[in-house]
Ligand binder design. Structure first.
Ligand code: GLV
Ligand code: GLV
Length: 304
């Protein structure tokens, strides 16, 4: 904001409230703007792009960009950019936090202490799963998946992964590439690090969850819609898997009531990149993409 305010060539319209724009605010902004800095909660569809005669760049303040209609943007020669690189470490930190929280029952334990139910150390009290020596299955070994795998290696875990291509970091991580059915069968923890696309939408449904070990945990810091959430609720309820920890939801900020009733799920409110330095860097990246295009240059992080 300070950088843009200092620029004499830039006229700004800002939603300075800590919430997403309403549809009306988006429409009136897009009717007016040459460039837009958007959030993953802003739906940038064809209809919105069609009311924007001057628009040249949409810089999404996120690494994911499934909220933007890229086909419509391409047709209108609008450059779409994201914020890669800068949020992988923070998202990987949160992934490990979620994994530890669910596998070592931290949230359950916190609730118990606060309720005055801690009666003292006991050999079989709140037992969880050891991580060392276990297998972590990573779906999508890109930047974030790689940062998670490095952390998991330091915890003594073995890595298997599935991805469309052999990952360049696979040998560093001693990670073995397998097909999804084998990953689900072998993993003690499954963690999603893929974008939401037509291919990954609903990729973990009832059949895939049934293929996981009954002792396994599922972690999702990618996008909620990659999982069939009703099937996941059922798998958790019947203990077909041991537990799950979620940071993202299909239709968020709404979270299905079925999750709320379960003890074996940890529910975080989309905090993957929510760390101060990371969010500041994401801002710099988004602004540099907007300024590059508006100044007639090449955006550093285009996705179309
Ligand atoms: C957050 O979900 C992001 O895509 O950056
Ligand atoms: C636990 O606190 C131990 O000392 O083993």
């Amino acid at each position: 904001m300070e950088i843009l305010e200092r620029d004499p060539h830039i006229e700004l319209r800002v939603n300075s409230e800590d919430r997403g724009c309403t549809r009306d605010e988006l429409v009136s902004g897009f009717q007016w703007a040459d460039g837009a800095l958007t959030m993953l909660s802003d739906k940038i569809d064809r209809e919105l792009l069609e009311v924007a005669p001057r628009l040249r760049v949409v810089a999404n303040y996120a690494v994911g960009y499934n909220n933007i209609d890229l086909t419509a943007a391409n047709e209108r020669h609008v450059v779409v950019t994201n914020t890669p690189h800068c949020l992988a470490e923070a998202t990987a930190d949160l992934t490990m936090g979620l994994l530890l929280a669910v596998a070592r029952r931290l949230v359950e334990g916190d609730g118990l202490v606060r309720a005055g139910l801690f009666k003292g150390w006991a050999p079989e009290f709140l037992l969880g799963m050891d991580l060392h020596g276990k297998t972590l299955g990573i779906i999508g070994l890109g930047e974030i998946g790689t940062c998670v795998a490095r952390r998991a290696r330091a915890f003594g875990m073995r890595i298997v992964y599935c991805a469309r291509h052999e990952a360049p970091t696979a040998s560093e991580l001693q990670a073995e590439r397998v097909e999804l059915p084998e990953l689900l069968r072998r993993s003690d923890v499954v963690s999603l690090h893929c974008p939401l696309t037509a291919e990954t939408k609903g990729m973990l449904g009832a059949a895939q969850l049934a293929a996981m070990k009954p002792t396994a945990y599922l972690i999702n810091t990618a996008r909620g819609a990659c999982i069939d959430e009703n099937a996941l609720i059922e798998a958790l309820r019947t203990h077909a898997i041991a537990g799950a920890a979620l940071d993202v939801y299909d239709g968020e900020p709404n979270v299905k009531a079925g999750f709320m009733a379960l003890k074996n799920v940890v529910l975080a409110p989309h905090l993957g990149s929510a760390a101060t330095e990371t969010r500041v860097t994401m801002g710099h990246v988004a602004i540099s993409n907007i300024l590059a295009v508006l100044n007639g240059g090449i955006a550093p992080n285009p996705v179309n």
